[in-house]
Structures are given as C-alpha cells and as structure tokens.
Design a binder for this molecule. Structure first.
Ligand code: DQA
Length: 149
C-alpha cells in the first residue's frame, strides 16, 4: 500500500488564480493539485487533495485522517488559509490526529500584516514552509513522503 498524504487547503484557496494574483500568483488550485499529483507519482505516494471553506469540514477530515478507516492517512499537509491565524479547533484536531503535519503558506506571512504573523497550526507542525508559492506544497510532499517512507 502506498503511503497516503492528505493535502488540505482552507478557505478562499479555491479562488487561487483569480484571487489577489500579485500575492498568490496566477495558478489555479487545479494547477497546484495537478503538480502535487505529478510529484506524488514520482515519489510513489498517494496524495489526497481536498479544499474546504468550512472550518468544521476541515476538522472532520483531520479527525478521519487519524484512522482507523478508509480515510486514514500517514501525514497531513495543510494550508489552512485565514483559519491558520484564528482556529484553535484545527490546532486541536491536528494534535489529536497524532500524524506528522506540514504547514504551507503560499505567501510569506511574516512580510504581511501583523495579524498573519501568528499561526495556531504551527504549534502542531513538524515544519512550516511559507513564501515559496505552490512549490511549497511540493517541498512539503517530498519531506512527508521521505518521513513516511
Ligand atoms: C495563506 C496566508 C493567509 O494569511 C491567508 O489568509 C490565506 C492564504 C497563504 O497561503 O499565503 O488565505 O495561507
């Protein structure tokens, strides 16, 4: 069985490509997910890419990733969008999942408004990648696959 990496994107990331392209670039979420799938195939892992604008849905998916069951995963990559800066619920779910967590942000959150400088997710993350655009997911996937290997 290939290792399964759950790749979660949070609110407004479905708008990639048209949303503030000067900050987030011109690639759509479909483009980003296609690049993730290509890298996953090279690495011999399965990437399960999902996006939700709902905090509760993200929490449910993280809970399911813990397993047991068909949704069980070996690692989680997450860009929780604005929930990164607000959501104790997602932090608690990530801690409860007891899985390696890789936090990704397309933009360099530390160069932006001060309210973006703190991420609740980081307290549960093995590593945080920010400012590398969509490549950040690929670096995270490479690290997650290596650790899960
Ligand atoms: C983001 C940064 C967050 O501050 C913002 O709310 C997002 C996207 C990023 O990928 O750079 O929605 O997580």
């Amino acid at each position: 069985m290939p290792k399964k990496i759950l790749v979660l994107n949070g609110p407004n990331l479905n708008m990639l490509g048209s949303r503030e392209p000067s900050v987030y670039g011109h690639k759509t979420l479909a483009d980003v997910n296609a690049a993730i799938q290509a890298r996953a195939a090279e690495l011999g892992v399965e990437a399960d890419c999902r996006q939700s604008n709902s905090e509760g849905e993200l929490v449910t998916w993280i809970q399911q990733a813990r397993g047991p069951g068909p949704e069980a995963a070996d690692a989680i990559i997450i860009n929780a969008g604005a929930y990164s800066h607000t959501s104790v619920a997602i932090l608690d779910a990530l801690r409860a999942a007891e899985l390696p967590v890789y936090e990704v942000h397309l933009s360099n959150i530390y160069q932006r408004e001060s309210f973006r400088h703190h991420s609740y997710i980081s307290a549960a993350a093995v590593a945080v990648i920010c400012g590398l655009g969509p490549d950040g997911y690929l670096y995270a996937l490479t690290a997650a696959a290596k650790a899960a290997g």
